[in-house]
Ligand binder design. Structure first.
Ligand code: UDP
Length: 359
């Protein structure tokens, strides 16, 4: 049993790009869910502030109305900070301002300028979990400023992600975690591969589809179509790929398909901050083949729980697919259990929260 040093009153403020449960927020949705449930299990008090339309009924949610923020990945590096009228992000933080006296710590899950800017104006301490690598100059600048003024309050998932911000200060690396018991181990997969994620250019789905077409191994694709034109182009460019799109699935439905695959292909063209799908795959005993870049390169044990290949090389993916017999699927499950369990996740985050509060 975990013995908490102090019971904390925590306010989690969600991403402003989409309701929780919609998939628009990408990995940050599952991350928030997992940290929240683990903090509750450890007897901390918790409230989540999230957009109207959020569908998680098993966690304490305050739903806030307003217009969504534009997702950062679709914008230029030099794009100015923008806010729509009746901004959801501003409304969520106005709510946080009003109730801050009831909490020990506010945790910011938004990859956006405003919450960082607001940090010195709040009486309550704010922990910022940065969910992506560096993408936008104004955001980089405000993150640097907050890191200087409030050391330790900026948390990253991986070293590769943090490095993109080039901070001078020390920062916590928090990795990530999942409820491994929700993912079933499968020792005998079918002759098929999986690709899981938001369908958007930075995720490089076309490379996985190309590898599937060349090897003729069926590819099961799961995830939210965030960029429809991009998805249509992939279908036009690879008419003969043996692919099947299954939609955006619940964790349970997703793991049912994923676990029956020989490998998960991760083909991001950007510096992936972490890559939740990698640890979900490992939990099913499914090795991960990924480019040697960003979060996946710190998760996958090359040759043991998957393969790290030359970034953006479809030939590299194909060579790795041919070597999948070398992987012991049980080692994949074991890595998920030891490094990425809810307990491991909870220990890392609880520690971070206590450090910020000097407890
Ligand atoms: N996901 C899901 N159902 C699907 C496909 C994906 O719930 O059908 C979730 C998956 O569990 C993961 C997230 O979508 O938590 C993708 O997160 P990841 O960190 O891999 O990438 P991001 O979208 O944050 O760039």
């Amino acid at each position: 049993m975990t013995v908490s040093v102090k019971t904390l009153k925590l306010l989690f403020v969600s991403t402003p790009v989409g309701p929780l449960g919609s998939g628009i927020g990408g990995g940050v949705e599952l991350t928030l869910y997992n940290i929240a449930q683990e903090m509750i299990r450890r007897s901390h008090q918790l409230q989540i502030v999230a957009p109207v339309g959020s569908t998680w009924n098993d966690l304490p949610l305050v739903q806030i109305p307003g217009n969504l923020q534009i997702i950062a990945q679709t914008q230029e590096r030099t794009a100015p900070v923008t806010m729509p009228e009746n901004s959801l992000l501003a409304n969520m933080w106005d709510y946080a301002r009003q109730v801050q006296g009831d909490y020990d710590l506010i945790v910011n899950f938004a990859y956006d300028w405003l919450p960082f800017y607001l940090a010195p104006f709040f009486d309550c301490a704010i922990a910022h979990l940065v969910s992506m690598g560096s993408l936008n100059n104004p955001l980089d600048q405000i993150i640097k400023q907050v890191a200087k003024q409030f050391p330790r309050t900026i948390g990253f998932h991986t070293q590769a992600q943090a490095a993109t911000f080039a901070l001078e200060q020390q920062y916590p690396l928090l990795s990530n975690g999942i409820d491994v018991s929700l993912y079933d181990f499968c020792s005998k997969p079918k002759q098929q591969l999986a690709w899981v994620g938001r369908i958007a250019p930075e995720k490089g789905l076309e490379d996985a589809v190309a590898a599937s077409q060349i090897t003729n191994v069926p590819l099961k694709i799961m995830g939210k179509i965030q960029d429809d034109l991009y998805w249509q182009k992939i279908n036009r460019d690879y008419p003969n790929a043996p692919l099947e799109y299954l939609g955006f699935l619940s964790t349970n439905q997703m793991q049912e398909v994923l676990r029956q695959c020989r490998a998960l292909l991760m083909t991001p063209h950007w510096v992936e901050a972490f890559g939740n799908v990698a640890i979900e795959s490992l939990a099913c005993g499914v090795p991960v083949i990924s480019y040697r870049r960003g979060g996946p390169s710190e998760i996958i044990q090359d040759g043991k729980t998957g393969f790290l290949v030359e970034p953006d090389s479809v030939a590299g993916l194909i060579a790795a697919i041919a070597r999948l017999d070398k992987i012991d699927r049980y080692a994949c499950r074991q890595q998920a259990e030891t490094e990425f369990s809810l307990k491991a996740l909870g220990d890392r985050f609880e520690n971070w929260f206590y450090k910020i509060l000097d407890i």
